[in-house]
Design a protein around this ligand. Sequence first.
Ligand SMILES: Nc1ncnc2c1ncn2[C@@H]1O[C@H](COP(=O)(O)OP(=O)(O)OP(=O)(O)O)[C@@H](O)[C@H]1O
Ligand SMILES: [Mg+2]
Length: 305
Amino acid sequence: MATGYRLDMRIAVVGQIARDLVLVVPDVPGSGGHADVLERREVLGGKGSNIARGTRQLGATAAVVGVVGDDREGRLLVERLDADGVATAAVVCRQGVRTALIVDVVCDGGYRYLEDIPEATLVTVEDVRAASATLAGADAVVVQLEQPADAALAAVRAASGLVVLDGAPEGRAAELLAAADVVRADHGEAEALTGRSITGADAAVRAGRELLARGPSVVALEVPGEANVLTWDEGSAVVPLTDEEVVDPTGGGDAFVAALTVALVRGDTPEEAGRLATAAAGRAGRHPGGRTDLTGLTLGARQLG
Ligand SMILES: Nc1ncnc2c1ncn2[C@@H]1O[C@H](COP(=O)(O)OP(=O)(O)OP(=O)(O)O)[C@@H](O)[C@H]1O
Ligand SMILES: [Mg+2]
């Protein structure tokens, strides 16, 4: 294994914790129809949990800042996070609230999500304040931007390490970008952030350069069906998708962010980090649902986890 890399890193992730019910069906019935379920998985999900677990599997000490309800499902999700080695001291158990549920109906390599995400399961500014020690002590803080913009901003301001944003914020974009070191977005999110549609690698580089001018020093953008494009101050790199057959893309973004963050913290170049991240996202597509195992993911001769 290469030496000189940081493997004792601490990573905190602010984001969703949810129960995932994954159903694989041969076709999606219309009203009055029915379909046999070919495969069913009930797993710990939510982007915050998935990213945190991914970083743990890649060798980091991981913590998640997120919210569950005070129901049986919430307790089971926290137990699952503990079993996965993700610190749960900063998980909030909200009284009188039901834990978020996402039903992922997978058919022909695509998904349909049915989401029950109660407002009260979103992370608040107060939740972030209560987690300030976790955030301040982390080498990297990953903020999944499907949380309210005020809470996201409080999280990046509480961070002292690398600040990684995933997605596009609901508001306060200028302040969030100004405080970010790394921004990662899928094509829809990239369009929301820049107003440009990501039609190819050149468009992704242009959008990446625009985002760099707004604060971050590394940007990773998805070109749909083709590549992920990394841009940074001195250069850019186009990393083609892996050629694995994608059964369900769910969790691809989460695996990507986890690997990108670990690689950048340990000192990889943005291009190397983008390659590892793309390999991670490819792995996530191999199975239905977002619970991906990144253990032992390698990049050339370098192994993580
Ligand atoms: N075959 C593949 N090889 C490598 N990466 C892939 C492949 N297919 C998809 N990806 C990558 O997976 C990522 C999917 O990101 P995206 O943010 O859409 O997923 P997600 O956050 O897990 O789910 P959601 O759609 O709910 O946001 C993209 O970066 C995309 O380039
Ligand atoms: Mg995503």
